[in-house]
Write a protein that binds this ligand. Structure first.
Ligand SMILES: Nc1ncnc2c1ncn2[C@@H]1O[C@H](COP(=O)(O)OP(=O)(O)O)[C@@H](O)[C@H]1O
Ligand SMILES: [Mg+2]
Length: 468
């Protein structure tokens, strides 16, 4: 799971970073001002010199090797075409300067966060409108095979509506945390396909990334380059997986990956969990000790329950789903036996998974499963929208955020039901309270399955409220 970028936006000098953009960008766009900052990027206002059209340009700093992971924000956002999602116009990077840029449709308005902070909570009917719009956007995101993972008031912008019947339209921004919605099953797929499997290979952005890996410029990369790419991204995979990866994407069977084949491969790469956690020598030694102590019959393999025991000994109690996923991925021949090498990889990935959960999304808008295990689904976005709507009408989050390490306090709270909205704010219509309650169920299978299903219900609620 790719982490949110590490470089901080607050210390980015916007003007200086702007000047590091490739000349092809500087020739076409003129810097006009700053629009906002988030955790990772600064977003600037720019004007196209030929047409005078204004756009938002998001700049993100990238350290060496991080570039492909950062660029996935552009790839993901470009997959989605929706009235209620900001449009990604183009994106690219200047690898030498360590900066990625994303040219995005300008949304001339305020974020919902700024609105409630400056003017207080929204009326329920307007919150319903927000719900309907965000759910349209999320429906298109889910249909593109993605999960947004960072729905919150800061990432929703209100703009004047083009539609005569209404005053405002709400749009989703920020795909910096988005992932493919395939879940662990993707590793079990015989060939990588499905909604996330194909990316247009003509995208010049991908060519730039490919060029960074294809050092000798022959236009083909082999397993060595792929391995190097994995290493530079700190992605821990077994050699068998690299081979599988190559075979799957080497469409013409020449043993090499061409620029075209790379497009599909990169898309899969962007969905892999990754870790900045390379094992230190003493850790590797400790792992070996634990492994050996459990390998009682000395055949160099551990069974599933022994592996689980080893993780517990290492203070890394995995959830059932994490364990299943790791086994699917590393027990290549499904005999339930794990070698020491595989165990080391599994451990590295478990650490990455558990630690990365701390950084994903924003506390308070993150569903319980984002803390407890890694199986995220479209229903995870449903939860985040529920928390967002709860906040919009009440000014409060459904669960107290105590911060601290690993959201311990939050997990404590999340074992309880969300409070009733009507207990927090006076006069909420029961139909609205009910839909929020259902979107905030702890067990994701009890929520709306996805944005499509929740939108149907929200539509009913909205008609009832406007009739009354
Ligand atoms: N397309 C846009 N039009 C106008 N303002 C934007 C646009 N995209 C982002 N912003 C502003 O920049 C802020 C940060 O953008 P965002 O993509 O959320 O970055 P981060 O990934 O750092 O959170 C937003 O909260 C918003 O205020
Ligand atoms: Mg943001």
């Amino acid at each position: 799971m790719a982490g949110k970028r590490k470089a901080s936006a607050s210390d980015m000098d916007a003007k200086r970073t702007w000047n590091m953009l490739p000349s092809s960008m500087l020739e076409r766009y003129e810097l006009k001002g700053e629009l906002g900052r988030g955790g990772a990027g600064c977003v600037l206002l720019a004007e196209a010199k030929d047409t005078g059209d204004r756009v938002a340009i998001k700049l993100c700093a990238a350290q060496e090797g991080e570039m492909p992971i950062i660029m996935k924000e552009g790839l993901m956002m470009k997959r989605v075409e929706s009235e209620n999602v900001a449009r990604m116009i183009e994106f690219g990077c200047c690898a030498n300067a360590g900066v990625a840029f994303f040219v995005i449709e300008l949304l001339d308005g305020m974020t919902l966060h700024d609105i409630i902070v400056s003017r207080g909570p929204l009326p329920v009917q307007e919150a319903c409108r927000v719900g309907l719009d965000v759910l349209s956007g999320l429906r298109d995101i889910h249909e593109a095979g993605l999960i947004h993972r960072d729905i919150k008031p800061q990432n929703i912008i209100r703009v004047p509506s083009k539609d005569d019947g209404r005053e405002w339209t709400y749009k989703i921004i920020d795909f910096g945390s988005a992932v493919a919605a395939l879940g662990p099953e993707r590793f079990a797929l015989p060939s990588f396909g499905g909604p996330y499997g194909s990316t247009s290979s003509s995208e010049s952005q991908l060519e730039a990334i490919f060029a960074m890996i294809d050092l000798d410029g022959k236009g083909l990369i082999g397993s060595e380059e792929v391995l190097r790419m994995f290493h530079s991204l700190d992605i821990q995979v077994s050699p068998q997986h690299i081979d599988g990866f190559l075979v799957r994407h080497d469409a013409d069977g020449d043993g090499k990956i061409s620029g075209d084949e790379f497009a599909a491969m990169f898309t899969e790469l962007a969905t892999l969990p990754y870790s900045s956690h390379a094992l230190k020598d003493e850790q590797a030694h400790h792992l070996k000790e634990v492994f050996d102590s459990l390998d009682i019959n000395r055949d160099g393999h551990l069974s599933l329950s022994e592996i689980e025991g080893a993780f517990v000994q290492l203070n890394r109690q995995p959830s059932r789903q994490q364990l299943t996923w790791l086994m699917t991925k590393y027990d290549g021949n499904s005999d339930g036996q794990i070698s020491e090498d595989e165990f080391r990889l599994m451990y590295g990935e478990l650490v990455a998974l558990q630690d990365s959960m701390n950084m994903q999304g924003t506390h308070g808008y993150m569903p319980p499963e984002q803390y407890n295990d890694m199986i995220l689904s479209p229903a995870s976005d449903v939860w985040s929208l529920g928390a967002t709507l709860f906040r919009l009408v009440s000014g409060q989050l459904p669960f107290a955020v105590t911060g601290g390490t690993w959201g311990k306090g939050i997990i404590g709270d999340m074992n309880m039901q969300a409070p009733k909205l009507s207990h927090v704010v006076f006069g909420v219509p029961p139909v609205f309270e009910k839909i929020i309650e259902r979107s905030l169920r702890k067990d994701s299978s009890e929520r709306f399955r996805n944005a499509h299903d929740m939108r149907e219900e929200m539509h009913q609620v909205y008609s009832q409220l406007t009739k009354a």
